[in-house]
Design a binder for this molecule. Structure first.
Ligand code: NAD
Length: 523
């Protein structure tokens, strides 16, 4: 057993203090000198493997800048990675749980020392401002610390309770399942990438990690940290590549034991289908863990503290430009306070500054051309589905820099069934929906196929209790923003089409990557 202090989430850095801002700027300089322009090869069986083709990572806030490149894996590379991981599994599964957990703790120590560097790299690679980057690196550290500790409860024979029975010894043990693939998105390229591989690995599995195409450098940095922490060859195979090529190859492969995927609903549902089809020679039913998109709503009723509600709306909608699965993309306001809430929301949003992540702007560029084009198409639709109260333009430019810039946009009086109220836009675009009363507001909140996060701003206890049971969301927040779940504090995962509700950062997350064996000995 590990002898370490209890888990405590990392405190965030206070960027109202000038010395912290200066330290961040120094980290940006260091990263520009040491990491920008870097190339990350694949890592297979502990060796760096390069490929003929490369993936290029652009700075979304200044698209004239190439941040760096990664190798682009082929299906042959994926096959090699899979076979190598199964070889590594033979010994990794026999390691003591505490020895595996120690590697996560060592990685956490290295990441803590390089915290601002990781933040700075994200500012440049995906356009996070200082606070957004910092809370993400804090979350990544938390995942390592939390999963290292929670692994302990799964160790050994008798880890789960059984009832005593005369004449026999009965017990349950948790076993790792084998080799899986972890496919992650670009919007939390450090924390989600790391959390989704650290959990199965500490449980004794081997993982092929396929990062998103837009964020290969930060993923490469995390892999370096895990290898430096002592992860044996083959336990973590790093496989940057194109989702439709190597991702598809691995999710359909007979020898893939589990798939853990975080990303869009469309890709997640596709994976669910192809993974369900049994391949020749396949010996198991694949475990599939999917965490997908959202169309997250915040209800404000007539009893709410309107200032609290407006703050919750601005923070939840526009943090990282609305590019969070948890982002508030629907503001549902009861008619009698609609004008006051929407007026305050528009005023407060006007104060947000658009610029680069490196300048620490409130709103930065969205991640790539595809995202920019998709958001633009919703902005074009907006005047026919509601009243554009603020923004409405995809400018492609800010402070003289060409990038994927979109104005923070608020569309009022959107109907509950409109496309703007139903489809995930994944950008700084909010649909405001008018509700007749509280019950109508709750019905509107539950009127999408998604169920990731949600919130209620109200001072009515009975309504909060009703929402506690009836609001269909995996993560529900009262009288605060609906983003920013903290590992161990608010385990995270969605209902309905938002996912399989695996609750990352929760007490039972590791069990997703294990199977239980009951062993009985008759005396
Ligand atoms: P995406 O679905 O486009 O891509 C996610 C990953 O899937 C990438 O690594 C991509 O290369 C890979 N991929 C693409 N096609 C594939 C295929 N056919 N087979 C296997 N892999 C494939 O998503 P994205 O744009 O990177 O991320 C944004 C989405 O992720 C949003 O919908 C957001 O809501 C969601 N998200 C959800 C959570 C959550 O916890 N629920 C967290 C973060 C992001």
């Amino acid at each position: 057993m590990l002898k370490i202090q209890e888990y405590r989430p990392q405190p965030f850095i206070d960027f109202t203090k000038e010395e912290n801002v200066q330290a961040y700027r120094a980290a940006l300089k260091k990263v520009r000198a040491e990491l920008v322009g870097k190339h990350y090869p694949l890592v297979i069986d502990g060796e760096r493997v390069d490929t003929a083709e490369k993936l290029t990572s652009l700075n979304p806030c200044d698209t004239s800048e190439v941040v760096g490149t990664t190798a682009k894996a082929t299906t042959q590379d994926a096959e090699r990675a899979l076979q190598g991981a199964w070889r590594a599994f033979d010994s990794w599964k026999k390691w003591d749980m505490d020895a595996r957990a120690r590697i996560l703790l060592k990685a956490s120590a290295i990441l803590k020392a390089r915290r601002l560097e990781a933040c700075a790299l994200m500012s440049i690679e995906v356009g996070k401002n200082y606070a957004e980057a910092d809370v993400e690196v804090a979350e990544a550290i938390d995942f390592l610390e939390y999963y290292a500790r929670s692994a302990m409860k799964y160790a050994g024979f008798g880890a789960a309770e059984t009832t005593w029975f005369e004449g026999e010894e009965n017990g349950l043990m948790f076993m790792p399942v084998g080799v899986g693939v972890s496919i992650s998105p670009w919007n939390f390229p450090c924390a989600i990438f790391l959390g989704m591989l650290a959990a199965p690995i500490v449980a004794g599995n081997c993982v092929i990690a396929k990062p998103a195409e837009d964020s290969g450098l930060i993923a490469g940095m995390m892999v370096d940290i895990l290898l430096e922490a002592g992860l044996p060859a083959g336990v973590l195979q790093f496989l940057p590549g194109v989702g439709k090529e190597v991702g598809e190859y691995l999710t359909t492969h007979a020898q893939t034991r589990f798939i853990t995927f975080t990303g869009s609903r469309a890709v997640g549902l596709h994976i669910n289908e192809v993974a369900a089809k049994t391949q020749p020679g396949q010996k198991w039913i694949k475990k599939v863990i999917l965490e997908l998109g959202g169309k997250d709503g915040l209800i404000v009723d007539e009893t709410a503290d309107l200032d609290v509600a407006v703050t919750a709306a601005v923070q939840g909608a526009f943090g990282f430009n609305g590019q969070k699965c948890s982002a508030m993309s629907r503001l549902i306001v009861v008619d009698s306070v609609y004008d006051a809430v929407v007026g305050g929301f528009v005023e407060r949003t006007k104060a947000l500054k658009v610029g680069t992540g490196e300048e620490n702007a409130n709103i930065t560029a969205v991640v790539n051309q595809m995202s920019f084009d998709k958001i633009k198409s919703y902005l074009e639709l907006a005047p026919s589905e509601g009243k554009v109260l603020l923004g409405g333009q995809a400018t492609g430019e800010a402070n003289g820099k060409q990038g994927y810039y979109v104005q923070p946009t608020i569309v009022g009086d959107v109907k509950r069934g409109a496309r703007l109220a139903q489809e995930e836009i994944f950008g700084p675009v909010v649909s405001v929906i008018r509700a007749q009363d509280w019950q109508d507001a709750l019905d509107i909140a539950n009127s999408t196929e998604y169920g990731l996060t949600g919130g209620v701003c109200s001072r009515d206890r009975a309504r909060l209790e009703q929402a506690r049971h009836e609001f269909e969301a995996g993560n529900l927040y009262f009288n605060r923003k609906i983003t920013g779940a903290i590992v161990g504090v608010q385990p995270f995962g969605g209902y309905n089409m938002s996912g399989t509700d695996s609750k990352a950062g929760g007490p039972d997350y590791l069990a997703n990557f294990m199977q239980l064996k009951t062993v009985t000995e008759r005396w």
